[in-house]
Design a protein around this ligand. Structure first.
Ligand code: GLN
Length: 189
């Protein structure tokens, strides 16, 4: 199985490393052609304003929407902003792949970045996972048909729809592989 990782900006190589550890081929996606043969796509963190500009420039913006008709996409941090349908606080034009609204930089500036325990409740039981939040957005509205699957204090930090996962934290920066594993199961399941 081959999974694409958008490789324009940010720490995409750490997502590739994670997929590697899970025994899955990780393809760096830099052009629309690179999506060929991929069963899913990860959109990593970075700067959502820059990512949108780059995606449009290289004609991947529309192509990712088309790809998502048949394949799951996982957006983390800036990637979660990109897959959302509504963005506030210096808004960018999101891809609109999942019905959530997000607020950019909702915890403050770089010095307000933090690591804390989150509760991942996708299955029957709650699993404690480390959550790395770097100038993270907040999910401020969860639309119909979207399931909230991870929580930090009172905030929803990860959501799921039929073909989209979005997390406001950086699972690629933690040791635990459960979040990436969950995405792989979504693809093969
Ligand atoms: N603050 C960034 C943005 O709004 C996201 C930061 C990140 O991906 N770590 O795009």
């Amino acid at each position: 199985m081959k999974i694409g990782v958008l490789a324009l900006q940010g720490d995409f190589y750490l997502h590739q490393k994670m997929l590697d550890r899970l025994g899955v081929e990780a393809a760096a996606v830099k052009t629309p052609q690179d999506l060929q043969g991929c069963r899913g796509l990860i959109i990593p963190g970075g700067e959502s304003t820059t990512l949108v500009k780059l995606l449009k420039h290289i004609k991947l913006y529309e192509q990712i929407r088309v790809f998502n008709r048949d394949h799951p996409i996982f957006g983390t941090c800036a990637g979660a902003i990109l897959v959302s349908s509504q963005v506030s606080n210096h808004p960018v034009e999101p891809l609109g792949l999942i019905d959530i609204a997000v607020e950019r930089n909702a915890y403050g500036t770089q010095i307000d970045s933090f690591i804390d325990r989150i509760d991942f409740r996708a299955g029957d039981e709650s699993v404690a996972v480390e959550g790395v939040f770097i100038r993270a957005p907040k999910i401020i509205r969860v639309g119909e048909g979207v399931r909230s699957i991870a929580f930090h204090k009172n905030d929803v930090v990860m959501v799921e729809s039929e073909r989209v996962l979005a997390a406001t934290f950086h699972p690629e920066l933690s040791e635990s592989m459960v979040i990436h594993e969950y995405f792989l199961n979504k693809i093969s399941g």
